[in-house]
Design a binder for this molecule. Structure first.
Ligand code: NDP
Length: 246
C-alpha cells in the first residue's frame, strides 16, 4: 500500500480501457479517489463499477479531450466532489498508425487533436486549480515512440515527442509547488494497439502485442510510484517497457 496515495484526488483521461482503466483501478486500490474521463460512457461505468465493488471511490465523466470545455468539466467534477484536484493524468490517446503514402490525413488530425491538443487542454484546465492550491501534479502519458521513431509511426511519434518536450517545458516553468511527470510506456497489451491502423501496420502491431507486450498494470504501477513520492520530490521521467522490446 502506498500511504501517500490515500485520499489523493486523481483525474485520469482515457480511463475507459487499457492503461487509463488499469491506472484508475491501481490508484483506487491504494486509496486514491479517482475521477475517470473518456468518451464511451458505458465502458467508463464498467470501470467505475469494478472500483466501487472493491470499495474504492470513483466517478466517471464523459469527456472528449479534444474539447477544452470537456477538460474543464472533468477538473470541475473533481473539485466539486472532493474540494481539490491533486493529480491530472493525461493518458487519452489514439494510435491510428499508417504509412505517409496512405495520406490518412483525418487520422493525422485526430492523433494531433487527441494526443497533443488533449494534453494541452488538460494543462489549461488544471493549471489554474493547481496554482490556486499551491500544489498539484501533471502526469503525461507519452510513449517510447517519443524516444525513437519506427516505420510507419511518424505522425504518432511526432505527437508523443511533442508531449515529451512540452512536459519538460512545463516542468521548468512550474516552480516548487507543482510536480510534472512524463511516463513513457513501451508495448502494452491493450485494445488500443492497432486500432484504426492501416491493415499491414495493424497486423504487425497485433503480432508484437501478442509476443512482446507487458500488461497495462505495469504502467499503472509506474504512475502510482510517481504520484506516491513525498512532497518536494518529482519523478520527472519514467520509461517502462517490456524486457522483450528491442
Ligand atoms: P486504449 O485504446 O485502451 O485507451 C485509450 C483511451 O483513450 C481510451 O480510454 C479511450 O476512450 C481514450 N480516448 C481516445 N480518444 C479520446 C478522446 N478524444 N477523448 C477522451 N478519451 C479518448 O489504449 P492504451 O491504453 O494503450 O492507450 C493509452 C495511452 O497510452 C495512449 O496515449 C497511448 O498512446 C499510450 N501508449 C500506449 C502503448 C501501448 O502499447 N498500448 C505504448 C505507448 C503509449 P474512449 O474511446 O472511450 O474515449
Amino acid at each position: 500500500m502506498h500511504e501517500q496515495l490515500e485520499g489523493t484526488v486523481v483525474a485520469i483521461t482515457g480511463a475507459s480501457s487499457g492503461i487509463g482503466a488499469a491506472t484508475a483501478e491501481h490508484l483506487a486500490a491504494h486509496g486514491a479517489r479517482v475521477v475517470l474521463g473518456a468518451r464511451r460512457g458505458d465502458r467508463l461505468e464498467e470501470v467505475v463499477g469494478r472500483i466501487a465493488a472493491s470499495g474504492g471511490d470513483a466517478i466517471g465523466v464523459v469527456v472528449d479531450v479534444t474539447r477544452r470545455e470537456d477538460l474543464a468539466r472533468l477538473v470541475g467534477a473533481a473539485v466539486e466532489r472532493h474540494g481539490r484536484l491533486d493529480v491530472l493524468v493525461s493518458n487519452a490517446g489514439t494510435m491510428a498508425i499508417s504509412p505517409f503514402d496512405d495520406l490518412r490525413q483525418d487520422d493525422w488530425d485526430a492523433m494531433v487533436a487527441t494526443n497533443l491538443t488533449g494534453v494541452l487542454n488538460g494543462i489549461g484546465a488544471a493549471l489554474p486549480v493547481f496554482r490556486r492550491q499551491r500544489s498539484g501534479q501533471f502526469v503525461h502519458v507519452a510513449s517510447t515512440a517519443a524516444y525513437v521513431v519506427k516505420v510507419p509511426q511518424g505522425v504518432y511519434a511526432a505527437t508523443k515527442t511533442a508531449v515529451k518536450v512540452l512536459t519538460e517545458g512545463l516542468r521548468q516553468e512550474s516552480g516548487p509547488d507543482l510536480r510534472v511527470t512524463l511516463v513513457s510506456p513501451g508495448f502494452t497489451d491493450t485494445e488500443g494497439v492497432g486500432k484504426g491502423a492501416s491493415p499491414a501496420a495493424a497486423a504487425a502491431l497485433d503480432r508484437q502485442r501478442r509476443e512482446v507486450a507487458m500488461p497495462p498494470s505495469a504502467v499503472a504501477s509506474a504512475v502510482g510510484y510517481a504520484i506516491a513520492q513525498p512532497a518536494g520530490v518529482d519523478i520527472s521521467e519514467v520509461v517502462v517497457r517490456p524486457t522483450a522490446q528491442g
